[in-house]
Design a protein around this ligand. Sequence first.
Ligand code: L34
Length: 292
Amino acid sequence: MKAQIIDGKSVAAQIREEVRNDVAALAGNGKPGLAVILVGNDPASEVYVRNKGRACEKAGIHSVTRKLPETTSEAELLAEIDALNNDNNFHGILVQLPLPPHIDAQKVIEAVSPEKDVDCFHPFNVGKLVIGMPLFAPCTPAGIVELLARYNIDPSGKHVVVLGRSNIVGKPMANLLVQKAKGANAIVTVAHSAAQDLKALTLQADILVAAIGRPEFVTADMVKEDAVIIDVGINRVDDPSRERGYRLTGDVDFESIAEKASYITPVPGGVGPMTIAMLLKNTLTAYQNLNR
Ligand code: L34
């Protein structure tokens, strides 16, 4: 294999240790608190939320996961968020997505107090991000910027092609990388499946961020020699040979692209763990902002 693997798991562990030290050094009174709300029983969400709770615990962050039934009404969820907005024990509030279809996710996102919005999903925080004055950096995109920085891959002046335009990854990724700032300053294209000639776009990418949610969608012929490949996808693909019945795969065809790229993130162990590490960072930031 030619490409160097970007080890998100180990970078994330490093960042979590840094957060743990910062939390331990906080002046006496109280510690950061994170409330995570999970509605329903989506198996992947359950894994992610459990990972978040564990990571908080290890970093000395107080965390509570509220598990609400699939049948929870929008009004009940909004009431829960309102209570957490007014609870001084919690500095961060995160409502795990996706939500059941009978709940208006945007309404829920906008119910979280912007000062506690550690996801950076509230329109107030999205706006602050766009103008380059963010309160919080959105977890997954910020994790990617951090990975690039720690591998000394400077996006400045490079062409980054972001595949996918979701509000969780694609759009905030573009908004972060286009900023005139250290670790950013990139030339950004946001592409998606409606492109007339997607391959012509991805072939231009010095750094390709794949966030389309389709297993192994990006193939080696779509990638420029020596490109940096960031794979945000976490897809469960049926695999009867595994005990749990599935394997995890990203949005890129790892095996073939690793022969062509200069750097590549694996799935699992790439971007996923970084999302959680940045969530801890944001929770600490929320605490510091609220205790100023
Ligand atoms: N509100 N909803 C909200 N905030 C978020 O930041 C998220 N996201 C995405 C889904 N919904 C959300 C996450 O937490 C994706 N995501 C996430 C978090 C953690 C991991 C993956 C996605 C993770 O821990 N990934 C591991 C493997 C997990 C497994 O075994 O399934 C990895 O190594 O990639």
